[in-house]
Design a protein around this ligand. Structure first.
Ligand code: PLP
Length: 394
């Protein structure tokens, strides 16, 4: 901690905890203290820690081939792209290394698509309270002032609307709109699901104005809601032109993707986009193993997520400062009347890692292997911490 204080950029407000190892849903600090991890690397370590099947393929592949660049083929990019095409229902895939990078790829497709139609068609409509990443493109469509303030001016052409306000969306989307970008469940914005009607309206408006509809599934996708992607919860289905993903894909080895329809993908030609690291053999092989395991875990995500929310809603009856419990599957937010920072610290003290986003929303993005017993443990700690925060009304 002293060395970080002395030598690192001081851009992170870290909690005073040095993690050393993990097993299943638990992590251990350097003193050997154990924590139940409900934030899991911000939604990344979806199979928990030291999963035997992942450990095995990582060991094997590390001894064979980690990286070889995109100058050549490797054995795993093709099969993983096929797998992703099948689970997304889209046609083509581009691999990168992070969520932000996936959003940059999507934004370049939006620009290239618009430009083919008209030089003035370059606007992207996004939502207030969204989060899409911290590079200039992704930041330009991130609708939260605090992330953007010191870095203005942003990329031109970003327009923001309020979630679930269809009238406003209809007014703003027009002939100069090249893309509409939405998170179906806003993550950093406080775990806010969009309404089905709003998502359908976004699809209709994108079609009407020949714009691309992009679903950012970086936090709310890849199994987290209990379906492969959050748009697959809608009945009837609403398909995007592009979806982006990252976080849990290779369970901690950096990997992201942009998946697109044939039409959207064709906007990017040879040499127009690329990356040195994206789609490396190790990351892709791990992701293939992850998808095999994920298929078996989807029912657990729905079941344990429902069990957790049921307990939290019960707690909301007891503790009047809980405003709302939101989310799907294992993406859960508990909105409080006050800032959640102290709750996070108190829970950590008691061996529970949970996070707070948007100031007042406690957020859980736990591993998909979470069990009812783990939830019971989390609920016991949270009740203890909540009692201390404010005495229960009843
Ligand atoms: N989009 C969403 C919805 C996110 O939640 C995040 C990260 O939290 C990003 C994009 C950026 O991803 P990364 O941090 O991997 O660059």
């Amino acid at each position: 901690m002293d060395l970080e204080q002395r030598y690192l950029f001081q851009n992170y407000a870290r909690l005073p905890l040095v993690l050393q190892r993990g097993k299943g849903c638990y992590v251990y600090d350097t003193s050997g203290k154990r924590y139940l991890d409900l934030i899991a690397g911000i939604g990344v370590t979806a199979l928990g820690y030291a999963h035997p099947r992942l450990t095995k393929v990582i060991r094997e592949q590390a001894g064979k081939l980690i990286h070889s660049s995109n100058l050549y083929y490797n054995e795993y990019q093709g099969p993983l792209a096929e797998r992703i095409a099948k689970v997304t229902g889209l046609d083509r895939v581009f691999f990168c290394n992070s969520g932000t990078e996936a959003m940059e790829g999507a934004l370049k497709i939006i620009r290239a698509h618009g430009r083919k139609i008209s030089p003035t068609k370059f606007e992207t409509v996004a939502l207030h309270d969204s989060f899409h990443g911290r590079t200039f493109g992704a930041l330009s469509i991130t609708g939260q002032e605090k992330y953007r303030r010191d870095f203005e001016p942003m990329l031109p052409g970003a327009r923001f609307v309020h979630r679930n306000n269809i009238g406003e969306l209809e007014q703003v989307v027009g002939e100069n709109t090249a893309g509409i970008v939405i998170e179906l469940i806003q993550g950093e914005g406080g775990i806010h699901p969009l309404s089905d009607e709003y998502i359908r309206a976004a699809r209709e408006l994108a079609d009407r104005h020949n714009a691309l509809l992009v679903f950012d599934e970086i936090q709310c996708g890849v199994g987290r809601p209990g379906t492969y992607f959050s748009y697959q919860m809608l009945d009837p289905l609403v398909m995007p032109d592009i979806t982006t993903a990252a976080k849990p894909l290779a369970c901690g080895i950096p990997l992201g993707f942009v998946a697109a329809t044939e039409r959207a993908a064709s906007a990017i030609g040879k040499g127009q986009h690329g990356t040195t690291f994206g789609g490396g053999a190790l990351a892709c092989r791990v992701a293939l193993e992850f998808f095999d395991i994920l298929e078996e875990l989807l029912p657990n995500i729905i079941h344990v997520g429902g069990y957790f929310r049921m307990h939290l809603m019960d707690m909301a009856k007891k503790f009047s400062f809980i405003r709302e419990v939101r989310g799907y599957g294992l993406m859960i937010g508990v909105e409080l009347d006050f800032a959640g920072k102290q709750i996070v610290l108190d829970a950590m003290e008691q061996g529970l890692l949970i996070n707070c986003t948007h100031d007042k929303v406690l957020r859980a993005l736990p591993p998909y292997i979470l069990t009812e017993q783990d939830v019971d443990r989390a609920v016991t700690v949270l009740k203890r911490v909540f009692k201390k925060a404010k005495p229960p009304e009843a």
